[in-house]
Design a binder for this molecule. Structure first.
Ligand SMILES: Nc1ncnc2c1ncn2[C@@H]1O[C@H](COP(=O)(O)OP(=O)(O)OP(=O)(O)O)[C@@H](O)[C@H]1O
Ligand SMILES: [Mg+2]
Length: 141
């Protein structure tokens, strides 16, 4: 899929659909395609929240780990304060989220945890303006 700009919620919906379709062409099962749609959806909703406009790119990958799909989410937001904390469920990038603030902040801090669980690798590559989050899932472990 060519790079798709993410600047509105409708782009998140488009990315979900395109990810399912693209993953299917690479041989992922329908369950795996659904899981990859969650990955792309969480990364694109984070673009909207933390650094729009950004983009999602889906590419086939083939390396020492096998063959699969690479999802690259680029945004223009600030760097993660602490990525290790950010991937914990219920935490933001500085620590646990106060339960009282969850409704107001629109999110319970579960998106990146899901991305980590549903992929084999997630890395953050800082860019001059913003960063890219690169997630890879192979067809087989
Ligand atoms: N693209 C990003 N740029 C900067 N910080 C980010 C980005 N994505 C996530 N973060 C930080 O990492 C934290 C965890 O992200 P995560 O997606 O797990 O949770 P959330 O977006 O807060 O809530 P949810 O995904 O459950 O709606 C965020 O609260 C934010 O502090
Ligand atoms: Mg999120």
């Amino acid at each position: 899929m060519p790079k798709h700009e993410v600047k509105d919620f409708v782009d998140v919906l488009y990315v979900q659909t395109m990810t399912k379709r693209f993953a299917a062409t690479l041989g992922f099962s329908s369950r795996e395609c659904g899981e990859l749609a969650i990955v792309a959806s969480e990364l694109s909703s984070n673009i909207l929240k933390y650094g729009p406009p950004g983009s999602i790119e889906l590419e086939p990958i083939s390396d020492a780990g096998g063959t699969g799909v690479q999802v690259t989410a680029h945004d223009q937001g600030p760097q993660f304060k602490n990525l290790e904390l950010a991937v914990q469920d219920g935490w933001d990038d500085a620590g646990p989220i106060d339960p009282v603030s969850i409704f107001r902040r629109k999110g319970m801090g579960g998106g990146l945890g899901a991305v980590v669980r549903l992929t084999h690798r997630m890395t953050v590559v800082p860019a001059p303006q913003g960063k890219s989050i690169v997630a890879v899932r192979y067809l087989k472990r």
